[in-house]
Design a binder for this molecule. Structure first.
Ligand SMILES: [Zn+2]
Length: 497
């Protein structure tokens, strides 16, 4: 369909043929990010405008609907792609503006509250609103027929959260990856929302066209072949390989099967380095210090970046701990997923980046990682929250975890003397280690909060109760706190990591 009389250049937009989830043809609008010529044949790297970047791909000219070609509009002071917010180079003015935006948007998260006098900003909620709420003491009314007085739409929540940008971290870290957090505010049918990773989003200086494109075609990791979703800063010379080979235990990358086999004769690791701090059945967790096991931590970040859009990768892994979840068989402890965590977080972050590797996704492992992160917080005697922005998939997992965790508590409450059972937000937060803001946003998301005769009442409808019971029956994988052997360290007293 491509007409050779028109030149399709980077920045052009046009419908591109792709198969949807049920293998039907569709023609979503896409933007050309790159063009390459292989032996006289053109290939186009496209980003589907309303889809997650993980679906970006190289396409042949016959998939382009050139009749509807739109040329890029010229925009002042933008030397790169037009209409691509993420492709503009970072400038100090812009960063300042972004900071300002992040502050005002952050306050909106709770400002969109359905009930009068619920927190109107994150700060206010800590200073005054929560005590007020505690005083008015929550009544929980189970299976009540009260209609909600107001509601917070899902849309409202996600559109706000999606724009949450964390403040720039004070600590300066080296980065070698790129992010372009504005470039794809869309999702593939999943509620669009924050991305995985947080404190790691800071340096936009590498925010260029290269880092917007997948550069590794395929990774072999143990018995799995993984197709990366996003750019990862592996050495340039490895990007032309058909397959990049990883040692599944030390995560070292090698350019050929032969090299991997040679490596395996020398590498005697059969599990991640660090301490095994949890084991139940075949599931284990290893705690890895980003300073003591730097090579492993860096290799883990490189692998993870293939599946995390928003993370700027840091070679300075010193400030982080990595918790790697494995599944054991006779060959060893195979990596399933991981999360990283700052040794010290002034913002109560208990997770920086979190990822379940694709072969293990949609099987409950993501929630197991999240559950583990909160078990660590419980041992530390703290409440915690994941760094923002979360990825679309990350937010889904967290929403589901928070909902199930909170509903579990609410449904266990027993009424005394025929009175409504009562619980405060603080109590829910203390029991679960889920930060208060996340407890409130979850209650709002589930649309449980009603204001009735001067009191806040949580109303559990039958739909909610039944949905919860069904979900819990499917949740086979759980963390058993008795199997956790973990002593938190006070990193602030160590001076240096
Ligand atoms: Zn190895």
């Amino acid at each position: 369909m491509a007409d050779h009389s028109v030149e399709i250049t980077e920045g052009c937009r046009l419908p591109v043929l792709r198969k949807n989830q049920v293998n039907e043809d569709e023609w979503p609008l896409a933007e050309i990010l790159s063009v390459k010529d292989i032996q006289g044949k053109k290939l186009y790297y496209v980003h589907y405008i309303d889809f997650n970047k993980r679906l970006d791909e190289w396409v042949t000219p016959d998939r382009l609907d050139i009749k509807k070609l739109q040329f890029p509009k010229k925009e002042a002071k933008t030397p790169m792609k037009d209409g691509l917010p993420g492709s503009r180079p970072s400038s100090p003015e812009r960063d300042v503006k972004r900071k300002a935006e992040s502050v005002s948007l952050a306050t909106q998260v709770t400002a969109a509250t359905p009930v009068p006098s619920l927190p109107s900003s994150a700060e206010a909620s800590q200073a005054s609103v929560y005590p007020a709420m505690r005083d008015s003491s929550f009544s929980i009314k189970s299976r009540d027929e009260h209609e909600p007085l107001t509601s917070l739409t899902t849309n409202g929540t996600t559109s706000i959260q999606r724009h949450l940008i964390p403040p720039q971290p004070g600590r300066k870290r080296k980065s070698c990856g790129g992010t372009d957090e504005d470039s794809q505010d869309s999702s593939d049918g999943i509620p669009s929302a924050p991305r995985m990773t947080g404190s790691l989003v800071s340096d936009r200086s590498h925010d260029d066209i290269v880092t917007r494109m997948k550069n590794i075609d395929c990774i072999e990791l143990g018995r799995h072949r993984l197709k990366p979703w996003y750019f990862s800063p592996y050495p340039q010379e490895l990007t032309s390989l058909l397959i990049l080979y990883l040692c599944e235990f030390c995560l070292k990358y090698l350019k050929s099967l032969k090299c991997l086999q040679r490596h395996l004769t020398k590498c005697n690791l059969r599990h991640p380095p660090g301490n095994e701090i949890y084991r139940k059945g075949t599931i284990s967790f290893f705690e890895i210090d980003g300073r003591k096991n730097k090579a492993y931590s860096q290799n883990l970040c490189l692998l993870a970046k293939c599946f995390l859009d928003h993370k700027t990768l840091y070679y300075d892994t010193d400030p982080f701990l990595f918790y790697v979840m494995t599944e054991y068989d006779s060959k060893g402890f195979h990596i399933v997923g991981y999360f990283s965590k700052e040794k010290e977080s002034t913002e109560d972050y208990n997770v920086a980046c979190i990822l379940t590797l694709p072969p293990y996704q949609r099987r409950g492992y993501g929630k197991l990682l999240i559950e583990f992160s909160y078990e660590l917080s419980k041992v530390e005697g703290k409440t915690g929250t994941p760094e923002k922005p979360l990825s679309d998939l990350g937010l889904l997992s967290y929403r589901s975890y928070w909902s199930q965790t909170i509903l579990e508590i609410l449904m266990d409450l027993k009424s005394e003397n025929g009175e409504r059972p009562q619980i405060t937000i603080n109590e829910i937060s203390e029991i679960t280690s889920v930060k208060k803001e996340d407890v409130i946003s979850t209650l709002q998301y589930l649309n449980l909060i009603n204001y009735y005769k001067g009191q806040y009442i949580l109303t559990l409808s039958e739909d909610i109760v039944e949905g919860h019971e069904r979900a819990m029956q499917k949740r086979h994988l759980r963390i058993d706190p008795k199997c956790l052997h973990f002593t938190p360290k006070d990193w602030s007293k160590r001076g240096k990591w």
